[in-house]
Design a protein around this ligand. Structure first.
Ligand SMILES: NC(=O)c1ccc[n+]([C@@H]2O[C@H](COP(=O)([O-])OP(=O)(O)OC[C@H]3O[C@@H](n4cnc5c(N)ncnc54)[C@H](OP(=O)(O)O)[C@@H]3O)[C@@H](O)[C@H]2O)c1
Length: 243
């Protein structure tokens, strides 16, 4: 089916969606592999989307209006794209409707979710439908996932067979601006973290229901849909603290 856009950034008015849009604009302006890539911005407010685009001088191929509370508007949006990059959050509240719309319209989906409860719920409820529809649902393409995935993959590849990397610990360090007072997180990330820690018992219980051999592809090269790193069977992709 022909699509109007290669990519729609949904939630483009948010902190992260704005960054993603600016990066796509910069890449598309560079030419090369990105020459002619039709990327669009999506969200629930035409006014806010247009203001964001003009503030940064962005030239998306389109502006699409959809609200997570309106399933029909989501399906109209997802039907127009090959890939939806979902930057609306917290995902535990807003993500599932977007995943469902993508599966219904056979649109690939990627997000930057760091919320294990949501990722597990999608696997439990939607993995079969996504597979049957031939749709990629790719979670956790973000700071707290991609460096860890690529770091683990790199480490695992350093072991010549029959050597096997069975476990890797990953450490992040943060630098804050010299004039900042302590570390900071954006409000929605903080909100997602509060619900994440508050609901860890329910997440553990849900994980007990998870199928043991989920086909996890935890990072991807977006436009080529090429798996760049797959979960090593002995490395957990997103950890829940042990009970
Ligand atoms: N894993 C990581 O490393 C990582 C890093 C950064 C962020 N994140 C996650 O990414 C998500 C976004 O974070 P953020 O800081 O960018 O949040 P944000 O600035 O608050 O942006 C949220 C976006 O969601 C949109 N939205 C909210 N409700 C909606 C609805 N009903 N229909 C359509 N759009 C709706 C907002 O639109 P309006 O402008 O219209 O309100 C806005 O565009 C969060 O879940 C956060 O935890 C993860």
């Amino acid at each position: 089916m022909a699509r109007d856009f290669d990519v729609i950034v949904f939630g483009a008015t948010g902190y992260t969606g704005e960054h993603i849009s600016r990066e796509l604009h910069a890449l598309a302006s560079k030419g090369g592999a990105w020459q002619g890539v039709a990327w669009a911005i999506g969200g629930r407010s035409q006014l806010k989307l247009s203001a964001m685009a003009s503030k940064h001088g962005l030239t998306p191929a389109g502006v699409v209006i959809a609200d997570t509370a309106d399933a029909a508007s989501l399906r109209s949006m997802t039907a127009r794209a090959k890939v939806v990059m979902n930057a609306t959050g917290p995902y535990r509240f807003y993500g599932e409707a977007v995943v469902e719309a993508c599966i219904a319209t056979k649109t690939d989906y990627v997000d930057l979710c760091g919320e294990p409860e949501f990722i597990d719920r999608c696997l439990l409820k939607h993995a079969d439908a996504a597979e049957a529809a031939g749709v990629l649902i790719v979670h956790a393409c973000a700071f707290d996932s991609i460096p860890a995935d690529i770091g683990c993959l790199f480490t695992a590849l350093q072991y010549p067979p029959p050597g096997l990397c069975a476990h890797a610990d990953m450490y992040h360090t943060f630098d804050v601006a010299a004039d900042a007072k302590g570390a900071a997180a954006h409000a929605t990330t903080f909100y997602a973290a509060v619900h994440g820690f508050g609901g860890v018992g329910a997440t553990r219980a849900q994980r007990k229901d998870s199928p043991p051999t989920c086909p996890l592809v935890i990072s991807c090269c977006l436009l080529g849909h090429l798996p760049l790193a797959t979960c090593h069977p002995l490395l957990a992709p997103h950890d829940v603290p042990p009970a």
